[in-house]
Design a protein around this ligand. Structure first.
Ligand code: MG
Length: 384
């Protein structure tokens, strides 16, 4: 097999950078995007605000206490989506193999592009330059032999970073790197690893696989691979035509509510309806989208891109609930919606299934382990 070269790109403080682009007077000042101006949470803070401890998910009252001169801008999701689409089309100029991982993150398989763009360094600089010129925004890029390490690379230097991890340097970089730096190892799983004296990736890679399997189930093997910096997941490009399709259901509640049990039931019913329609049309999807409208009509959607195709109601419910529970809902809820996008016809799924069955089982197991030990790969654009 040819060695692949994978690039991961992550926009820096995406939402607030869009706002700075449109209102340059915000530049150089502590500023953040929030849900709504009255009562809500910070969804994206710029790098001037971060030294004050301002983080995504923080209630705005707390943010104001920590940084009284913080400028708050009300979020405009459609503006972010449009910007994101323009950025992804820039990326597609460099390779057709672009996998959209979230609103501001993507993986590119640039192996074959290097004939044209020479080195990963040169290609990455070009991408940065194009985005800077087109959108007046910066991004951080990691280039590595696989997705796991490319993602790690883009996280190592931020903002406006460029980290190229060469195959020969992988072991050296991983040796003293805390396991929590790896995408997929959440805080609780990291804690659990600590309890068996595994702090660094180097230690994780050297730990006896049999022991890891005993402790974490079949995912032990995957953890071992992660410790060694191995990852065979390929970049799955998304087809715009197919992406245009989505299936969703939403419901306006009889009255605004914060009743978690009731909202859970509604999510379950919506997920079931979506899955029934998908099965009827022979479709499988790999992105779950949750839409929430609050009592003040502020509405937003959050999505999770999955590593596999599915149309099972329970699974859709599980993912939409995960998204739902990752948000600290500041107000009572008026409307809930569940949708699936990145859809494929059944035959395609079958084909993929055969090749990926083993990996799918592994991913499922990893989900379970992370459910038990902490959060798995929920990559919220707002958190970066
Ligand atoms: Mg980001």
């Amino acid at each position: 097999m040819v060695d692949r070269i994978i690039l991961h790109i992550d926009m820096d403080a995406f939402f607030i950078s869009v706002e700075e682009r449109d209102d340059p007077s915000l530049r150089g000042k502590a500023a953040a995007v929030c849900g709504s101006l009255s009562r809500s949470v910070v969804t994206s803070a710029n790098y001037e605000a971060r030294p004050f401890g301002i983080r995504a998910g923080m209630p705005i009252q707390e943010a104001k206490r920590k940084c009284p001169h913080l400028i708050l801008v009300e979020g405009n999701h459609s503006k972010y989506t449009e910007t994101s689409a323009r950025i992804f089309s820039i990326l597609k100029e460099f390779t057709p193999l672009v996998e959209v991982a979230s609103i501001d993150e993507a993986y590119l398989d640039i192996t074959d592009s290097l004939l044209l763009f020479k080195t990963p360094f040169h290609l990455s600089k070009l991408i940065k330059e194009k985005i800077r010129r087109g959108e007046s925004m910066t991004c951080s890029i990691g280039v590595a032999p696989n997705k796991l390490l490319a993602k790690l690379g883009s996280r190592l230097k931020k903002p406006d970073g460029l980290t190229i991890i060469e195959k020969e340097k992988v072991q050296e970089i991983l040796e003293d790197l805390p396991v929590s730096k790896l995408h997929g190892i959440g805080p609780k799983l990291a804690e659990s690893l600590k309890s068996i004296n595994i702090f660094t990736c180097g230690q994780l890679g050297r730990f006896p696989v049999s022991f890891l399997i005993k402790r974490f189930g079949m995912i032990g093997e995957r953890l071992h691979e992660m410790g060694l910096g191995l990852d065979e997941n390929r970049v799955i490009p998304f087809d715009e035509e197919e992406d245009a399709k989505s299936i969703s259901h939403s419901v306006t509640l009889e009255e605004d509510t914060s009743d978690r049990d009731l909202l859970r039931k509604v999510l379950f019913q919506l997920s079931e309806r979506v899955s029934r329609r998908m099965r009827k049309e022979g479709l499988y999807g790999s992105r779950v989208v949750l839409t929430v409208r609050y009592s003040d009509f502020y509405t937003f959607s959050k999505q999770k891109t999955l590593s596999r195709w599915m149309n099972n109601g329970n699974e859709i419910f599980r993912h939409s609930l995960e998204i739902f529970e990752s948000i600290s809902h500041p107000k009572s809820i008026r409307l809930l919606g569940v949708g699936m996008s990145l859809l494929k016809k059944e035959w395609c799924q079958q084909d993929l299934f055969e090749k990926r069955e083993k990996k799918d089982n592994l991913l499922k197991a990893m989900d379970r382990v992370n459910e038990k030990f902490g959060d798995w790969t929920l990559t919220w654009a707002e958190l970066h």
